[in-house]
Write a protein that binds this ligand. Structure first.
Ligand code: SF4
Length: 461
């Protein structure tokens, strides 16, 4: 079957801004603020953080293991990434991308990449999202819109952020394999900032992708390349693309291995460790340092296993977390669950960034990109998601499931009531729905959440 031609609207017709070459002031600012001052300062701060984390000793009454020491390195990498981006305009080309976009091509072309979803999550974790979302709402964007989109639009309108400043994009790359919200959100960005937008349209999968569907996505990726090359002002090197694809695959494999350490009993990690350390697999996949970081994180987790240190002392119940985390309540949730002897040993959200690693063939980066970016959990049917959850229940030997009914993320929350009922009926598991929002604290009630968790703990007993 011949693939249909991609719709003409996929690449917006806004001309890329004239490059105008490097700006001397921008280069000087980049070199001074990022390379000479910022990078060494962040390295120093990481050493200080590591020293403090190493000195932390778990007190006898403390239920949760101290944070992983390598988290300090993750913090340095992410801070450096945003610092570099802050001074990138006029020095490097910048692209804003959705989390499920085929970014390896842009990386191979040397773009600095900004993931507005990750930026929004950082604002959420630092409890700034409500204030920033309000800026978007005051400008007329509905509170029913995803809180990641509202955080991003709020930053765009007000400049408010926790990372100093977001650079202006030269290109927008949006892939609708996670939801349709991103399509409309990126159209707003393109029209407000007058930036070319590339949309990769991925057919929704009710079964594994058929060859014509892979071809359909691959052709769109091929059409994107000359647009990205024009913005970057250089040609794509296939050798460099394969190198980036190799780093992506290696990092995804290591990430999967890390998460699979949750199968140990008791588990050395919690889903919260996964949420905290997932920044590089989202924002920095395709980089050598990311591979190195996850290798060292895995080593530290293995040291914990060897030393017999559980993530939750007296782990009684092993539980799966479904959906995005509640970024602004991670500390409260981990303590509240820990008190009940509950360890979230797995999360289908963090797993999504590793489970597709076996599909990656670095020698065929375009075919791989088409296949892999067609298969994220949110581009597959709810029945397929239920099957994945059941597999995880078996592989991690779980007692229950907490399904975060996320007011913002409709595609992730769709079908959760049926999934809860099927997990209870088919597997005899305890399962509970927890209503909240991943980034907007106005949709979270501590009393209600506490009541649900206590009732869930009763079911587990
Ligand atoms: S609706 Fe869900 S998938 Fe879409 S941007 Fe928001 S959190 Fe991501």
């Amino acid at each position: 079957m011949n693939p249909p031609p991609p719709p003409p609207s996929q690449i917006s017709n806004i001309e890329p801004r004239k490059s105008g070459g490097l700006s001397l002031i921008s280069v000087a600012s980049y070199v001074f603020n990022y390379q000479l001052v910022g990078k060494p300062f962040l390295a120093y701060q990481r050493h200080q953080d590591e020293r403090k984390l190493k000195a932390l000793k778990q007190k006898p009454q403390q239920l949760l293991a101290p944070p992983l020491v390598r988290t300090a390195r993750m913090k340095e990498m992410m801070s450096r990434h945003y610092l570099q981006a802050r001074y990138a305009n006029g020095v490097r080309k910048v692209a804003w991308v959705t989390s499920g976009a085929p970014v390896e091509i842009l990386q191979a072309l040397g773009f600095v990449l900004i993931y507005p979803e990750n930026h929004a999550a950082l604002c959420g974790a630092r409890k700034k999202a409500e204030e920033i979302c309000t800026e978007a709402e005051n400008a007329g964007y509905s509170r029913d819109l995803c809180s990641y989109a509202r955080t991003d639009l709020g930053t765009l309108l007000s400049g408010k952020t926790i990372v100093g400043r977001l650079p202006r994009p030269d290109l927008l790359l949006c892939c609708n394999n996670i939801c349709q919200t991103v399509h409309l959100w990126y159209r707003v960005l393109a029209s407000r900032m007058k930036v070319p937008l590339v949309l990769i349209d991925t057919p929704f999968l009710y079964e594994p992708a058929q060859p014509h569907q892979i071809e359909f996505v691959k052709r769109q990726i091929e059409e994107m390349i000359p647009v990205a090359e024009r913005v970057a002002g250089k040609s794509l090197s296939m050798a460099r693309l394969k190198e980036v694809a190799r780093y992506s695959k290696d990092a995804a494999e290591l990430w999967l291995e890390i998460l699979n350490r949750g199968r140990q009993k008791p588990s050395p990690i919690t889903a919260f460790d996964g949420f905290t350390n997932m920044g590089p697999i989202v924002d920095l996949r395709g980089e050598a340092e990311t591979v190195e970081f996850y290798r060292s994180l895995l080593e530290e987790i293995d040291e914990r296993i060897a030393a017999g240190i559980p993530a939750v002392k007296g782990e009684k119940y092993r539980v799966l977390w479904d959906n995005l985390p509640i970024w602004y309540r991670m500390g409260w949730l981990s303590k509240t669950l820990g008190k009940q002897g509950i360890n979230l040993v797995a999360s289908d959200y963090t797993y999504a960034w590793g489970e597709l690693a076996p599909m990656m063939d670095v020698e065929k980066p375009l075919d791989t990109a088409a296949r892999v970016y067609l298969h994220p959990i949110l581009n597959r049917s709810t029945g397929d998601k239920l099957r994945s959850m059941k597999r995880m229940v078996k592989d991690f030997d779980l007692h229950g499931v907490i399904l975060h009914s996320d007011r913002s993320c409709k595609p992730y929350s769709l079908g959760q009531i049926d999934q809860r009922d099927r997990l209870t009926k088919d597997l005899g598991l305890a399962a509970v729905l927890l209503e909240a929002d991943h980034n907007d604290p106005r949709a979270f009630s501590e009393e209600q959440a506490l009541g649900r968790i206590e009732a869930f703990a009763e079911m587990l007993h």
